[in-house]
Design a protein around this ligand. Structure first.
Ligand SMILES: CC(C)(COP(=O)(O)OP(=O)(O)OC[C@H]1O[C@@H](n2cnc3c(N)ncnc32)[C@H](O)[C@@H]1OP(=O)(O)O)[C@@H](O)C(=O)NCCC(=O)NCCS
Length: 179
């Protein structure tokens, strides 16, 4: 069968659905964030704060949260990843990707790429010209950095020892041209 991306055929990808997060997704998003074992308690709390902001006030446009649901194999569809992004305040056409996470059982199968491409298209649709991603230089983030680089993001700035000694703040950027 034709493969569109590692592990997924085109039909499976076509059946995957990315939609705005709703209140009923809260528990599953929290579960995914914790399951990644990548984030501290404080980071999980901060990530959930943005999810709650988006849920509490659907009219706000600062923090936009979407989930990816895979096709149902049982009675219901299952959320396997989520993303949170938004326009960077005081800029014209710059957006930040705040959080992206995929259930560890489903990582490395193209779900992160689908979510990231979805955000890029949404940013283009909103006349965005640049998507920024801030990350840490910690060794544990090496797979995540590979994910960004393989998705066409370049390191554009680095503040040494920002988070703590030997843990730099690194900003990745992709310039988006209108599609
Ligand atoms: C980073 C993340 C969102 C990527 O999503 P994903 O669905 O695993 O990624 P994809 O399958 O679309 O892309 C695979 C690429 O990502 C990289 N990658 C990152 N984490 C990976 C993992 N656990 N398993 C396999 N590949 C991974 C690899 O470079 C891989 O490319 P390759 O197989 O050609 O080497 C996901 O791994 C994740 O949730 N990580 C933990 C949370 C995190 O670090 N979030 C970002 C900071 S907010």
């Amino acid at each position: 069968m034709e493969r569109a991306y590692d592990g997924h055929d085109r039909r499976t990808i076509a059946l995957m659905k990315i939609r705005p997060a709703e209140l009923r997704d809260r528990g599953r998003i929290l579960e995914i964030l914790i399951a990644t074992a990548r984030f501290t308690d404080v980071e999980v709390r901060d990530a959930m704060e943005l999810v709650d902001k988006a849920n509490d006030d659907p009219a706000q446009a600062e923090y936009i949260v979407h989930v990816l649901e895979e096709p149902a194999t049982g009675p219901k569809r299952m959320v396997q990843g989520y993303v949170c992004y938004g326009p960077t305040p005081h800029t014209d056409g710059v957006f930040d990707l705040y959080w992206i996470a995929v259930d560890p059982k489903r990582q490395g199968q193209g779900i992160g790429q689908l979510l990231l491409r979805f955000v890029e298209n949404e940013v283009r649709r909103q006349r965005g010209r640049m998507l920024l991603i801030e990350t840490s230089s910690k060794e544990s983030y090496a797979p995540t950095v590979r994910f960004y680089e393989r998705s066409g993001y370049d390191e554009i700035s680095r503040i040494k020892d920002f988070y703590r000694l030997a843990d730099d703040k690194v900003v990745y950027c992709k310039k988006l041209t209108p599609s």
